[in-house]
Design a protein around this ligand. Structure first.
Ligand code: ATP
Ligand code: MG
Length: 384
């Protein structure tokens, strides 16, 4: 019965040229999200988008619930401009929406339609009452049957399904997501996507210390992110030589700090290659030794581009809850090791001093190690 899905979008602050860019980006992303389904017409009029469907709106709605920038969705029935047609469609909606009480709410932008909104409410509401015996409640109804009377047609709907909000992916630029197989970084990536960042993933991989399966885990996590943000590039950076060099040459309590600094240096180069303006990590203040303010400051010294840490003030339980909701939790909790869980020092420095760290790094061929890593990047294109 449904003929289209009505898409409502936009942040309150959208204006002028921003609005045009937002709409263009959102339309592209909607097309991409539906690209493997039978092709559908997408209409864009007066600040709303209609995705045409033939009867079944379920799959389209499931997809659009993951497209950032969408505020809400309604499966709608488009119908001709006459009361008989309204009655028939409204009855269908009422029968397919759970509840007892109801009301009809009409909006009429087409002033040539011969009945005013309150009359339409009465004519259709009375008919529904007679057909079903369900009582009208205008103050607190279980169901609202909406009728929008426009120039070309009328649109009826009863459900308003929340969208994910946020901004269309791509509108705010590109970021490099440092993604481990853990719980935090995929959630941070999702939050970046939500604010319109297009993401390239960067994973440091220490074969044979970490197994092939730990890489698969990261690929699976990226697949989940691709369901929200569209296809994404994943770069796998070989990290074994760097970790070995650190272990051989640097004081144990600084392993993690120096490892992180190497990751950031490489991520910065990758950002240049990918045209990205920021790095994105799953760090949360105070969660572990490398996430004290002192550590963050020393690690951050090696890069001059913004490092976005959307989880900085989140508790682990909050992160876990969102991970469950977006579908990364079950993958993240699989037990495969991450390169950072290797070589864990017994007493990692929680307050590393920059001078000491820089001194320790003099023992490393930093430039040579970075070059070798970058020359051996493995690139993958990940789809949902
Ligand atoms: P996560 O759950 O994301 O692994 P975490 O709480 O385990 O985070 P750390 O292991 O200290 O914290 O890592 C902090 C951040 O550094 C991660 O959120 C991620 O952004 C980045 N990171 C850690 N390990 C890797 C890796 N192997 N490859 C890429 N980035 C990594
Ligand atoms: Mg980790």
């Amino acid at each position: 019965m449904y003929t289209a899905v009505l898409v409502r979008y936009g942040e309150i602050s959208l204006k002028g040229k921003n609005r045009g860019d937002f709409e263009k980006c959102l339309l592209n992303n909607i097309r991409e999200a539906l690209s493997d389904l039978p092709s559908r017409k997408i209409e864009h009029t007066f600040g709303r988008i209609f995705v045409k469907v033939n009867g079944d709106a379920k799959e389209v709605i499931e997809r659009l619930k993951r497209v950032f920038g969408i505020v809400s969705l309604s499966p709608v029935i488009e119908t001709s401009l006459n009361i008989e047609a309204f009655r028939e469609k409204a009855l269908y909606l009422l029968k397919n929406t759970p509840g007892q009480t109801f009301k009809v709410e009409t909006k009429r932008s087409n002033k040539r339609f011969p009945y005013q909104s309150p009359e339409v409410n009465r004519l259709v509401g009375g008919y529904l009452l007679a057909c079903t015996g369900h009582p009208v409640d205008v103050h607190n109804p279980d169901r609202v049957i909406h009728i929008e009377i426009r120039e070309e047609a009328a649109y009826l709907y009863s459900q308003v399904i929340p969208g994910p909000g946020g901004l269309p992916v791509g509108i705010t630029g590109r970021g490099i997501l440092l993604i481990s197989g853990g719980l935090d970084s995929p959630v941070a990536g999702w939050l970046g996507l939500k604010r319109g960042l297009k993401i390239s993933g960067l994973h440091f991989y220490s074969f044979p210390f970490t197994s092939e399966r730990s890489k698969e885990k990261v690929i699976d996590l990226c697949r989940v992110l691709a369901r929200y943000g569209g296809d994404l590039r994943l770069l796998i950076a070989p990290f074994t030589a760097i970790q070995k060099a650190i272990r051989t040459n640097c004081p144990e309590e600084l392993y993690i700090t120096i490892m992180r600094r190497m990751m950031f240096r490489i991520a910065k180069k990758v950002a240049e290659q990918e045209g990205a303006l920021a790095l994105l990590t799953g760090e949360s203040l105070g969660q572990v030794a490398s996430q004290t303010l002192e550590s963050i400051a020393v690690i951050n010294k090696v890069v001059d581009l913004p490092v976005l840490r959307p989880l900085i003030s989140w508790d682990k339980t909050e992160i876990m809850n969102l991970a469950r909701k977006i579908g990364t939790y079950d993958i993240s909790i699989k037990p495969y090791e991450d390169c950072c869980t290797l070589f864990i020092p017994r007493h990692p420095a929680t307050k590393p001093r920059l001078a000491k760290v820089e001194k320790a790094e003099e023992k490393l061929n930093v430039e040579g190690l970075i070059k070798e890593c970058l020359d051996n990047l493995e690139v993958m294109e990940i789809t949902p």
